[in-house]
Design a protein around this ligand. Structure first.
Ligand code: KG4
Ligand code: ZN
Length: 349
């Protein structure tokens, strides 16, 4: 069966086609709004939805042309329906819904977070159950994933998402958006020690918090009389050397926190007597970070577990993960989906 999906929950408009018989992503077309939002240091919702609206039909038509298919040959239409910027979500989901209903084909609304959690399974055989750290600009959560339809939320962030912390700190020290890749690139240049020793979370539960870490970076600059908090301005601009040291210390702190939470997750799954975890998975935009991936792979090896992270095409927001999970929802509930013409939403928490 052919599933076509749209992802428009934030700053990427992406359309992908998944063939469930071949278990393969056939093609995708995308447009990234990074340059549109770069000067603001974050995503501006109105600009994001205007951009989705202006590009979505071109992407859809160009994908069909590329694979030499017509609308009628698609079996099922899908889109991200939640969570995300509502004005942006509406564009992708209404676009797909309109085509589906016109053709009397089913429409499947997919939860973005589930898309990320199972993105790791698109092109590799992951051993279930797995502990999944899903980390992006909008969310940071730890799940125990039993199978494609059962998962438990073990913990989530109380404030900033980890990608958001990367973006904010990058903006603060004058690096381009998105902050994660900028900080990772810079941190690689640092040859010294962890100069700043930013605080690590002390609690042993599975919940995250990154606003304290963000504040610690700002206060380190205030204490060194480099930054004035009241005026929100730099007293003396940072040198390149100072930026790479901050980037390095920040990344070390984030990496340690994520390792600690993964260990708490393993402990929690055992304490709850859940079937034994076989793998550790790392998904979401932050899963592109090689430093963090290295640390989490070490945790897996140390505990005799498999380690998986989403392939780099499927880490950031993408429609392939939405089409893939739509196919799993269909597999699970085909009769009801066909009868109703649409799916009952599934939420991970
Ligand atoms: O999954 P995603 O595309 O969108 C959301 O659902 O939010 O993730 C985007 C986030 C941004 O915050 C970006 O800074 C972060 O992923 N990111 C990274 C890296 N590449 C992207 N964070 C750390 N290291 C990276 N290499
Ligand atoms: Zn995402």
């Amino acid at each position: 069966m052919l599933f076509i999906a749209c992802e428009s929950s934030c700053d990427d408009t992406d359309i992908a086609l998944f063939d469930s018989d071949k278990n393969k992503v056939i093609a995708s077309e995308s447009f990234s709004q990074i340059s549109l939002h770069a000067s603001f240091g974050g995503v501006i919702p109105d600009k994001a939805s205007e951009s989705h609206l202006s590009i979505i039909d071109h992407l859809y038509l160009s994908l069909l042309k590329k694979v030499e298919l017509t609308n009628e040959m698609i079996d099922c239409f899908a889109a991200t329906v939640t969570p995300g910027l509502s004005s942006a979500l509406l564009i992708g989901s209404n676009f797909m819904k309109a085509i589906a209903w016109d053709l009397k084909k089913p429409f499947i609304g997919v939860n973005h977070l589930l898309g990320h959690v199972y993105s790791v399974c698109i092109d590799q055989e992951v051993q279930f159950p797995y502990l999944c750290l899903s980390a992006s600009g909008g969310h940071t959560s730890l799940y125990y994933v039993k199978n494609f339809y059962e998962l438990f939320l073990l913990g989530k962030t109380a404030d900033d998402a980890v990608g958001e912390a990367f973006d904010k700190i990058a903006h603060f020290i004058g690096l381009p958006y998105p902050g994660g890749p900028s900080i990772e690139r810079l941190a690689r240049e640092w040859q010294g020690n962890d100069e700043y020793q930013f605080p690590r979370l002390k609690n042993n539960d599975c919940n995250f918090s990154f606003s304290g870490l963000k504040t610690a970076v700002i206060y380190a600059m205030v204490e060194r009389k480099r930054y004035e908090l009241k005026k929100k301005s730099w007293l003396i601009p940072l040198s390149h050397e100072e930026k790479i040291s901050i980037a390095y210390s920040f990344l070390e702190a984030v990496s340690d926190i994520l390792v600690k939470k993964m260990l708490s997750g393993l402990y929690e799954a055992e304490r709850m007597s859940l079937p034994k975890v076989r793998s550790i998975a790392f998904v979401g935009g932050v899963a592109r970070n090689e430093r963090i991936k290295f640390s989490l792979r070490e945790v897996a090896h140390h505990h005799g577990l498999y380690f998986f992270s989403s392939s780099s095409n499927y880490c950031m927001d993408n429609a392939a993960m939405i089409a893939f999970y739509a196919s799993k929802m269909y597999e699970h509930d085909a009769k009801n989906i066909i009868d109703a013409g649409y799916s009952v939403p599934i939420s991970p928490n």
